[in-house]
Design a binder for this molecule. Structure first.
Ligand SMILES: [Zn+2]
Ligand SMILES: [Zn+2]
Length: 134
């Protein structure tokens, strides 16, 4: 496998590093000009292979990509599909995984699923609005 990164892949990596969030291939494509769909997909695959970005299947959205940076976990809202980053330390988990499997751990991914605060308050408001007058 070649470790040479094309100019297009560098540009894709820069988008993910700058935006600091989770983007689908379509969203990466939208934020770049003069680059073809196939090229973006190829660049995303290549960067994933190199371990510079990671591909995550979170919630309802199609696969998202993110730049691998500080260790964080994800919370996915089952209602709106929003993905939240939460700072977390996985060094204990990574050590445990390495101990059990006896091999090197590159990164650890943890995702919690539930209802976010914004959705919770929307649900409460809807309940109040539909509640009978006292
Ligand atoms: Zn939500
Ligand atoms: Zn994330």
């Amino acid at each position: 496998m070649s470790t040479r990164i094309s100019a297009q892949a560098k540009a894709v990596l820069a988008v993910l590093a700058d935006r600091r969030c989770h983007l689908t291939a379509e969203e990466v494509l939208e934020s770049m000009d003069s680059i073809g769909t196939a090229t973006v997909y190829r660049a995303l695959d290549h960067l994933t292979e190199l371990g510079l970005i990671r591909r995550l299947a979170l919630g309802k959205k199609s696969a998202v990509y993110e730049y691998i940076r500080d260790s964080h976990m994800h919370f996915v809202c089952n209602r709106c599909g929003k993905v939240y980053d939460i700072q977390a330390d996985f060094s204990g988990m990574a050590r445990e995984a390495a101990k059990v499997c006896g091999y090197h751990v590159n990164w650890t991914e943890v995702t919690s699923h539930g209802i976010c605060r914004a959705c919770e308050s929307e649900i409460n408001q809807a309940d109040e609005a539909s509640a009978p007058e006292k």
